[in-house]
Design a protein around this ligand. Structure first.
Ligand code: TRP
Length: 454
């Protein structure tokens, strides 16, 4: 990841190295799997636009705040709050991040396991002559087979733990540097194919023609939640990454690039999935909206429409796996770095311990998508995602903003941002957002969301 500098703390070799690593953490299942799913649940285009606005006004603001705190303090999240405000209790916000990343990793790796399962299913030709019914059935059968899904989950957790325990993220990121642009190109191909399917128009309308009557608290709340989730915000990941950025680099444009590329990937994922769905006879949004399998069930349909579909399918699921792994790595690195820095644990011990906890915590999630009737009815997976993937991210993000404004100060924060970016053109907008818009929006939505999620 980072090369050691004279001060003993690593710095990114270059600006592009940082952007790629941060984008590696950000771009993953959040954009490819969760975003299209949320679009379906929230009723289409309104949510797409709400998400884009949330990224611009809140995600970007938050990312810049986290990067500035990290680069200024040169510390992990727990250490960073403590360094800027010693003895203030703000370090507990860092602890929330440690716990939440473990919780998110626990179910995130379950989905990454599905991606792994699809890799070998593609090899065995399961997507030949695929129809919507067969594709849906393949997914349902897979996730309700507890042994198979647990096995795939274990593999992904094992790989993640191994990479973190050996501290070889740098090697993986070097891979990802080449593979992520490839994923992007492949997605453009798939998007073109999807958009040219007969009947794709209705899907495009669903995805891009907003029905303003559908805006409500829920749509806005989950748009912000998704912005945080897909950009890896609210948990101190960007504080950690910021601590490795050199003072010469421009934080504003780096943050801008990460936000832009992540949003683009998410947007493309929807452009592939919705036209494909609407071009499939007999399918309506109501039929697929609740299913966590949306992406897994739809991608085979468009891949089947390409000449040499098997090859494309295989490539897609390999790249999906890499995208997911660069995110699981960043999720596990937060609590591991905490145990190493603050409690002097050995890296391998910390990785094994926390990887193990995540695995056991993830078992009920893995079983709650059909394998166990009781857990499925309880909706364990969705409850984890709601609590940790939305509410706690929002609380964590709100905490960071309050800390920045009232306990560190806009002035020193701006000084940090302007180091390496003397002409910060969005400065007035950023100040307004960090002071008022972002914290108030999060706060109000957090208060009201209780009434709609009951
Ligand atoms: N952003 C990643 C994705 O979209 C997931 C992720 C990685 C994450 N690190 C995070 C989400 C930290 C929240 C907080 O796939």
């Amino acid at each position: 990841m980072a090369e050691k500098s004279i001060s003993g703390r690593g710095t990114w070799g270059s600006k592009i190295a940082f952007i790629l690593a941060a984008a590696g953490s950000a771009i993953g299942l959040g954009s490819l799997w969760r975003f299209p799913l949320m679009v379906g649940r929230m009723g289409g285009a309104v949510y797409v636009f709400a998400y884009i606005l949330a990224v611009f006004f809140i995600g970007f603001t938050e990312m810049l705040a986290e990067l500035a705190i990290g680069r200024y303090s040169q510390k992990n999240p727990v250490g960073a709050f403590e360094a800027i405000r010693p003895g203030s209790g703000w370090k507990y916000l860092g602890y929330t991040g440690v716990i939440t990343t473990i919780a998110i990793l626990s179910y995130y790796a379950v989905v990454a396991g599905w991606a792994f399962g699809y890799l070998y299913k593609t090899i065995f030709g399961l997507f030949r002559n695929v129809t919507w019914e067969s594709s849906a059935a393949i997914f349902d059968r897979f996730v309700s087979n507890s042994w198979e899904s647990l096995f795939c989950f274990l593999i992904v957790m094992g790989i993640t733990t191994y990479i973190i325990s050996r501290g070889i993220q740098a090697g993986i990121e070097r891979f990802a540097k080449v593979l992520m642009p490839l994923l992007f190109i492949l997605m453009i191909f798939l998007a073109i194919r999807a958009l040219t399917l007969p009947g794709a128009g209705k899907g495009i309308a669903f995805y891009l023609k907003p029905d303003l009557a559908k805006i409500d608290v829920k749509v806005l709340f989950f748009a912000i939640g998704q912005a945080f989730y897909s950009l890896s915000l609210g948990m101190g990941i960007m504080i950690t990454y910021g601590s490795y950025i050199s003072k010469r680099e421009n934080l504003v444009s780096s943050a801008g690039w990460v936000c832009f590329s992540t949003t683009l990937v998410a947007f493309l994922a929807g452009i592939i999935i919705y036209p494909t769905l609407f071009a499939t006879p007999g399918l309506t949004p109501e039929k697929f909206a609740p299913s966590l399998g949306l992406m897994f069930q739809t991608i085979p349909l468009v891949i089947a429409k390409l000449p040499g579909g098997f090859l494309f399918g295989f490539l897609f699921f390999i790249l999906l796996q890499v995208a997911a792994l660069t995110s699981t790595i960043s999720l596990l690195e937060v609590p591991v770095a905490f145990l190493i820095d603050e409690h002097n644990w050995r890296r391998s011990k910390a990785a094994l311990f926390l990887g193990g906890i995540s695995f056991f915590l993830g078992i009920p999630s893995a079983l709650s998508v059909g394998a166990s009737t009781a857990l499925t009815r309880f909706g364990f997976f969705n409850k984890m995602d709601l609590l940790f993937g939305n509410v706690l991210l929002a609380i964590g993000g709100l905490g960071v903003l309050i800390f920045l404004v009232y306990f560190w100060g806009i002035k020193p924060a701006l000084e940090e941002i302007r180091t390496g970016c003397p002409r910060f053109r969005l400065q007035p907008l950023w100040i307004f957002n960090v002071r008022f818009l972002a914290p108030l929006a999060i706060l109000i939505l957090l208060i009201f969301i209780k009434t709609v999620t009951k």
